[in-house]
Write a protein that binds this ligand. Structure first.
Ligand SMILES: Nc1ncnc2c1ncn2[C@@H]1O[C@H](COP(=O)(O)OP(=O)(O)OP(=O)(O)O)[C@@H](O)[C@H]1O
Ligand SMILES: [Mg+2]
Length: 514
């Protein structure tokens, strides 16, 4: 008897299908596992035997070989337990073989026969669906995330006995339906608003441009001027996630094991603000059992690094690859894994150690060496990757006394952001290129879409020569100007758009002497 059962494994953010074959040799009762299993998979032999016996099910007394295919890919973790036991029980004719080709089994078994949650179930179910599997048997705690996979039936499995009874047609498990109102129900209601921040018109405008075009922002200013306040309100002006973005975001959080057992789909943009003591691995991901880091957990959302120079320089330097490529690659012994990492970086910092350099009324008490040391935490290449650098100066008394009533709300700003993104989307579609944020435009797309008027072009030439801009700086100015023009719903980039873009990238001169 040869039983063939399907399951899936993870590689980066994607899954791949794994076939578990069980063959009986009819000699002495034994069970051997082959097909590049790691220790956790090898240990499954004992786990599945104990789980079966403790569930009151007879373990077949046959000599069996379990093969996990494809043999050239390493099988890690405990998520194959369920598929392995089903193939063993099918081999021993405890469960019927018919219909198994439609099914995918994912889950870890406890010694008592309980089915335990595993990481990455959403990704694995998507891979199984791509191979034509229609019924997903997953741990009950992972069923909500699996239910987001369209056009498949998801069966939440509590324990082995329940699964065996289902497969034998004795007592059927009710499939879990996806709740189509998840977007409305899960939508976050913010208790903070852009209108709370008084004054600060340029920083607010900078954040609006960043939200419309997906640009990164560095906020520099003395203490207590509203930098952290502004950054925390950035998510309130971002558009909602689309279904595809929500799936992608949920996949990453699923792999990281960060979904609670009730989440079907992450419907709000992530906002991550890791502490400055974090390591490079927790920022970009990795480890012996690789997990996505903060840059990937912020994918489709915001990564906020407050007090940027407090982070270790080697840690913030690792941001360079994800900022450039929108993904991170982790090299391992057997394979390379890549996680998406397309996030908006909002970083905030003081201009110097005491915080008052270039303050209009307060005296900076830093010694020149101290100031250089403080700013040197942010390297030139990293600074170059901060699209927008904006000064957040002190707010005057009159501005602070202003009533929040007249101030522009997050909802108003957000509407403009959505319209600008829509304007950009239509342009990409009409031009036959993939729809992306302006910050992600490649060289040929910049050439195609960032058309300047003659006046704008000569203004940029003058700025390029006088500011000693880098080629990357030039591209970034064009991309920001493209977003400013989108907010104006203008196809051509005019001189005011270029001027705004230049003003949002000129602080490096003032503070960093770059
Ligand atoms: N522009 C502003 N409008 C209204 N309140 C403000 C503003 N700026 C600062 N505040 C008040 O000051 C507090 C501190 O602001 P915030 O934490 O944003 O400062 P910061 O610029 O991040 O300072 P630091 O450099 O010390 O981190 C806020 O909680 C708020 O009460
Ligand atoms: Mg702050």
């Amino acid at each position: 008897m040869l039983a063939r059962v399907y399951t899936a494994a993870l590689l980066g953010i994607d899954g791949f299908e794994v076939t578990v074959e069980c063959s009986a040799l009819k000699k002495l009762p034994a069970l051997e596992i082959i097909g590049l299993p790691d220790t956790a998979v090898k240990e499954a032999r004992e786990r599945i035997r104990a789980a079966t016996v403790n569930s009151g099910i007879r373990f077949p007394s046959l000599e069996m070989i379990l093969n996990l295919a494809p043999a050239n890919r390493k099988k890690e973790g405990s998520s194959f337990d369920l598929a392995m036991i089903v193939s063993v029980l099918c081999c021993g004719e405890t469960v019927p073989a018919d219909g198994l080709e439609d099914k995918c089994f994912i889950g870890e078994l406890s010694l008592s026969g309980e089915v335990r949650a595993v990481d990455g179930v959403l990704c694995m179910c998507l891979a199984a669906k791509a191979k034509g599997r229609k019924e997903m048997f997953v741990p009950a705690a992972n069923a909500p995330e699996a239910s987001a996979v369209p056009d498949v039936k998801v069966y939440p499995v509590r324990d082995l006995l329940q699964l065996v009874k289902h497969l034998r047609g004795e007592e059927l498990i009710a499939p879990l339906e996806f709740d189509r109102t998840v977007f409305e129900k899960g939508k976050k209601h913010f208790d903070v608003d852009f209108a709370d921040v008084k004054g600060q018109f340029l920083p607010k405008r900078a954040l609006e441009i960043a939200a419309a075009g997906g640009h990164n922002v560095l906020l520099i200013g003395p203490p207590g001027t509203g930098k952290s306040m502004l950054a925390k309100r950035f998510p309130t002006i971002l558009p909602e996630l689309s279904f595809d973005e929500a799936i992608e975001t949920t996949k990453i959080h699923s792999i990281a094991g960060m979904l609670d057992g009730a989440t079907q789909l992450i419907v709000n943009r992530p906002f991550r603000s890791p502490h400055h003591t974090m390591s490079a691995v927790s920022l970009v991901g990795g480890g012996t059992n690789p997990k996505p880091g903060e840059v990937s957990l912020s994918h489709n959302g915001v990564l906020f690094l407050d007090e940027l120079p407090e982070y270790s320089r080697s840690v913030i330097e690792t941001l360079r690859q994800p900022l450039e490529d929108g993904e991170v690659t982790i090299t391992r012994a057997m394979a390379k894994v890549t996680y998406p990492a397309n996030f908006s970086l909002i970083a905030a910092m003081n201009p110097c150690k005491c915080g008052y350099f270039s303050h209009p009324t307060k005296q900076c008490t830093c010694r020149p060496g101290e100031m250089r040391k403080y700013l040197s935490k942010i390297s030139g290449p990293l600074l170059d990757r901060m699209d927008i650098q904006v000064e957040v100066g002190p707010v005057d008394y009159d501005a602070l006394r202003e009533s929040a009533k007249g101030a522009e709300t997050s909802e108003t700003v957000r509407r403009r952001v959505i319209e600008a993104r829509e304007f950009a989307r239509k342009r990409c579609e009409a031009g036959g290129t993939p729809v992306k944020q302006n910050s992600d435009l490649c060289a040929s797309e910049i050439e195609k879409y960032c058309r300047m008027t003659d006046d704008a072009s000569s203004l940029l030439r003058t700025a390029f020569d006088s500011l000693g801009m880098s080629a990357r700086g030039y591209d970034r100015i064009l991309k920001i100007a493209r977003t400013v023009a989108d907010l104006d719903k203008s196809e051509d980039i005019g001189p005011t758009h270029i001027a705004t873009a230049i003003s949002l990238r000129s602080l490096d001169k003032k503070y960093f002497n770059e």
